[in-house]
Write a new protein. Structure first.
Length: 156
């Protein structure tokens, strides 16, 4: 099965769609709780004053999560180890962006906490989705299967 056909597999599409939908719902709930707590989500961008709104939170959840999970789904057939790599890299990126992007911005306290929690929310969602995208052991090629060209016979 080719990579692009694999992403059209209903099970793969379902995993990605459920992960993205769950993350968006949770992040929007966090966003609105932050607003109720007094968060304005205003910050100073290079172009001047700006505000993060619900659409931005949704888009910044949907786009990277969909792209990342799709890349894993496409590449996992010819590189099964991509899931393991993604299980390590994705949480580092998701949590690292709190330090790199959220904290340095001049958000008020409730906005900073809520947006940081939106990043944290992605970690368990991503891990669960990546685990669901793991290939069953019998579908994943092994090094022995790729390199062992000996004829079958009695082994001593």
């Amino acid at each position: 099965m080719t990579g692009t056909a694999d992403t059209a597999d209903p099970a793969v599409v379902r995993v990605i769609a459920l992960a993205v939908a769950a993350a968006v719902v949770v992040n929007l709930v966090i966003f609105f709780i932050g607003a109720l707590a007094g968060g304005t989500y205003a910050f100073t961008s290079p172009a001047g004053p700006a505000t993060v709104n619900a659409a931005v939170v949704a888009a910044f959840t949907i786009i990277p999560l969909t792209l990342g999970l799709t890349v894993v789904a496409v590449t996992r057939r010819w590189w099964p180890g991509v899931v393991t790599v993604a299980l390590i890299v994705a949480p580092i990126v998701e949590l690292g962006t709190i330090v790199a992007l959220t904290i340095p911005a001049d958000f008020d306290g409730p906005s900073t906490v809520a947006l940081a929690l939106c990043h944290v929310t992605l970690v368990p969602v991503t891990v669960l989705a990546l685990r669901a995208l793991r290939l069953p052991q019998h579908d994943a090629p092994t090094a022995a299967a790729r390199t062992d060209h000996r004829k079958s016979g009695p082994h001593r």
